[in-house]
Design a protein around this ligand. Sequence first.
Ligand code: GTP
Ligand code: MG
Length: 446
Amino acid sequence: MFENLSDKLQRIFKNLRGEGRLSAANMEAALREIRVALLEADVNFRVVKQLIENVKVKAMGEEVLAALSPTQQVVKIVHEELIKILGSHQSKLRFSNDPPSVMLIVGLQGSGKTTSTGKLARWLSRNSHAPMMVSVDVYRPAAREQLRVVAKEVGLPVYTGTEQETRPLDLARSARREAANSGRDVLLVDTAGRLHIDEDLMVELQELKEQFSPVEILFVADAMTGQDAVKSAEEFHKRLNITGVILTKMDGDARGGAALSIRHVTGQPLKFVGIGEKLDALEPFHPDRAASRILGMGDMLSFIEKAEEAIDKKQAVEMQRKLIENEFTLEDFRDQIRQLRKLGPLESMLSMMPKVGMLKDLKNVKVDEQEMTRVVAIIDSMTPRERANHLIINGQRRRRIAKGSGTTVQEVNQLLKQYGEARKVMKSLSQGMMGKKLGKFKLPFM
Ligand SMILES: Nc1nc2c(ncn2[C@@H]2O[C@H](COP(=O)(O)OP(=O)(O)OP(=O)(O)O)[C@@H](O)[C@H]2O)c(=O)[nH]1
Ligand SMILES: [Mg+2]
């Protein structure tokens, strides 16, 4: 989500790497480039100015730490400053002592309110809450139906109201009663969007706010709209005192600047980011991790969290042992692919990883969805002996396996080659630098 900025900053840092020590001159040049990179990433100019100012003061003032190279020092300072701008710690949702906690989801048309309502409901239900949803968008005919579909998809209740309920306040009131009666502890209120900030809508939202004292008013901002998202966040905040922001479409080619600016400009934290159209594509926002991502340090924490969610740890430890002892068989390979699929699209995972040498190797281990299916079919067509020892798979066996799995001999060859490469990569990962970083928990498959 921050690829471009991340690439640029890394290039700047790489250039600094040649320098023996930090001097006023090379700092000045690096800062100028960082400034341009941030502006090009569509970061608000006020934010850029502040950040550069702070980095300068720190870099010049700070005792040069013997342990760090000039580049590391600059990276460290920029990292700290980025975190400061993004918010120094993760902002959690608030809940009312008197449930249901009402949360208003507000924002401009098409920013992703309805989708985010569904995603948030799903997230809440997986984090020991019992949400209910209601759409109070009575203007667009299909709006309430859209939320109903979303609710069905996440398998969570939605209050749909009666024919007579055509006013937002009535709908919200009935929904709250229904939520309370059925023991739901959160009511997510999906509101109508407008193309521009308009008076009628603001009045309506203010009424909802007065009547329901929401614990959260979450402004949904479309990252693709860049500084416009920042501007509208600011305006919504003026009228409604928003309590947080959900930044959607961070999976697109948004330059990421909005994420870096919203906190600073509105004073309100980013609480979640939307990273895809699917209803599981929502992540709590971690400023420190985002800062690491921007600087190309990857986002190992998010990655590990995700991996941990999907992977059986005991099995992972066993896999690790096998890797080190070179006992990793084709059967394990197949199991790993199955687990990997649970993690979601490979690209989105790779984008969380640090861009270090290992990744180059990983690029050769291509795994798209179709290919995964094919690979599993090929391995299924092998005999247990073949799976346990790939070295016995000669030409004749390859032909048989291809036939059995409805693939070609070339595809079987390719798989065996990939398996060989994967073994290599996994081995170096498990013993090498990333292995250390990951601590005890090691990645399967990769
Ligand atoms: N790629 C991507 N698309 C998203 C994300 N969030 C929402 N969308 C898409 O954005 C479009 C608009 O989403 P909605 O949830 O309908 O937006 P809305 O704010 O409810 O729109 P209105 O109710 O018309 O104001 C849909 O096509 C969504 O699939 C995201 O994080 N990533
Ligand atoms: Mg909507």
